[in-house]
Design a protein around this ligand. Structure first.
Ligand code: ADP
Length: 483
């Protein structure tokens, strides 16, 4: 039996992306198709999404959805997989970011914008939209999680779909004042400890997790870590109470987008057998970042510049990185103070540190294809994708031992090197000393070309396709449908 799944999220590659969530939501339809799951994706009608729709068809109208007129448009995500778009101009037709205005401030009606998205998803998954029927509603993160609560408290006339809520990052919870509750269009009973009430206010993620038939997060280690208050960020008790329904399924990578043999963003394409072509990409990175040319170790960072990502610690380590003979090409944006700190670092070390503040998808590919190692000193990392791209591209990941980083990188200790299974460098506790040491270890490994090439090749040959994880999601869906 083919399972019909509705995947609802606030972003999806290639249409709109601010982080890993988009890559995963964009990849799910193709990852699940081989397992007899037909995924339809539902996205908000941001201008960029509406522009991408070729001959959109309106399939449903709401005279008032969270107080504003809305329509549902049908198109495709990538020319192949079905896409539904919630067109609600008052909520989504805005200049600025997906969640923020042009000055980077959160829109103060984000709760209403994403409650509308969630309500539309619940309507689709419970027979309100004629001609549409879904077995599974899969909601991603706080922006969509409330869909599970709508299905629980206020479903439409049809049999409601079973619900899965995936936590891509529990630090983002969609927490609002209790005053917004009456406008969520939920019955009064939903404002309860096992509903959307959260420390006296409203928690959109919390309400979704309480209501979901299954909860997933994006790596087994993170699934364990969020039982601890340091990682659970207030939701650890809920996660513990629902532990039997929580699974960790690691993200895959989309080989149509991330493959060094076919990647058109690279100066030279290569495989694990033709690593000798790779230095052409290093030359291109050096040129783009005004770095001295050379064969010495070139590190990269492709990241949000935030505390979560340990970027404050990295900023303290860059002088030592240069003193040890390394160079750094950094691409990222985020906290103004960190952006400033890295700009100053580039000024202090011309030719050794190059910094590009901004978001640049093709450049991120070139960096993976040209740098020797990618630094990921995250304080917590639910799954992380940049280390997976690094592995696939022979850009050796240097990572903190947390979350998905712990699950996907094998540290180059003596035993792993002897066994030929090492794929990167791991370190414990994100601190200046630990990162300095990891960088020094990496530079020492790089100085032995045979060993280095072995680490690169082992990473490139690892399987981070969606094959295994796609199957696990399909099994989870199927289990829910037959429960
Ligand atoms: P998160 O979602 O927490 O930001 P992930 O590692 O899961 O972290 O995913 C980050 C995604 O965003 C990756 O695809 C990465 O390549 C991309 N990315 C991050 N910063 C930039 C940037 N400045 N330019 C281009 N791509 C970026």
């Amino acid at each position: 039996m083919t399972i019909a799944a509705l995947s609802v999220a606030s972003e999806a590659y290639p249409l709109v992306k601010t982080g890993g969530l988009a890559d995963v939501v964009g990849a799910l339809p193709a990852a699940l198709a081989p397992h007899d799951v037909a995924v339809t994706t539902l996205l908000p009608g941001y201008p960029a999404v509406l522009r991408s729709l070729d001959k959109p068809r309106a399939i449903h109208r709401w005279p008032s959805l969270m107080g504003t007129p809305a329509r549902l448009l049908a198109g495709t995500l990538d020319g192949t997989h079905p896409l539904l778009v919630l067109e609600a101009p008052a909520l989504f037709a805005r200049d600025g970011g997906l969640y923020t205005d042009a000055l980077g401030r959160d829109w103060d009606d984000n709760w209403r914008r994403f409650a509308a998205l969630s309500r539309a998803a619940a309507d689709l998954a419970s027979g309100v939209v004629r001609g549409r029927r879904f077995d599974i509603l899969h909601a991603h993160d706080w922006q969509a999680a409330l869909a599970a609560a709508y299905l629980r408290y206020a479903p439409g006339p049809g049999t409601p779909a079973r619900t899965v809520v995936t936590v891509h990052n529990i630090a983002f919870q969609g927490r609002y004042d209790a005053a917004v509750f009456p406008d969520l269009d939920l019955p009064a009973e939903a404002f309860a400890i096992d509903g959307v009430e959260y420390y006296g206010g409203v928690g959109l993620l919390k309400g979704g997790l309480e209501s979901a038939d299954a909860i997933t997060t994006v790596s087994p280690t993170y699934a364990r870590e969020i039982l601890d208050p340091a990682f659970g960020m207030g939701l650890e008790g809920l996660v513990a109470a629902h532990a039997a329904r929580v699974t960790g399924i690691v993200n895959g990578i989309d080989p149509a987008v991330w493959n060094p043999a076919t990647d058109t963003a690279l100066a030279a394409r290569y495989t694990d057998r033709t690593l000798s072509r790779r230095p052409a990409n290093k030359r291109a990175v050096e040129a783009q970042f005004a770095l001295d040319a050379g064969d010495g170790p070139l590190f990269t960072v492709i990241s949000r510049l935030t505390w979560q990502k340990g970027m404050d610690v990295l900023a303290e380590c860059v002088d030592a990185l240069v003193a040890a003979g390394g160079r750094l090409a950094l691409l990222g944006s985020g906290d103004a103070a960190l952006e400033h700190a890295f700009r100053l670092a580039a000024d202090r070390h011309p030719g050794r540190i190059g910094v590009r503040i901004g978001y640049d998808e093709p450049l991120s590919h070139l960096l993976q294809g040209g740098a020797d190692a990618i630094l990921i000193p995250s304080r917590f990392e639910p799954c992380g994708l940049t280390q997976l791209y690094g592995l696939a591209y022979g850009c050796v990941p240097v990572v903190a031992r947390t979350g998905g980083l712990a699950d996907t990188v094998i540290d180059a200790n003596e035993a792993a090197l002897d066994a030929g299974v090492a794929t990167g460098v791991q370190f414990n506790h994100v601190s200046r000393d630990a990162l300095d040491t990891a960088i020094a270890r990496t530079i020492a490994l790089h100085a032995t070309p045979d060993r280095w090439a072995m680490i690169q090749r082992r990473g490139m040959r690892s399987d981070f396709s969606w094959a295994k994880s796609g199957l696990r999601y399909a099994q989870l869906y199927r289990g829910l449908c037959t429960e």
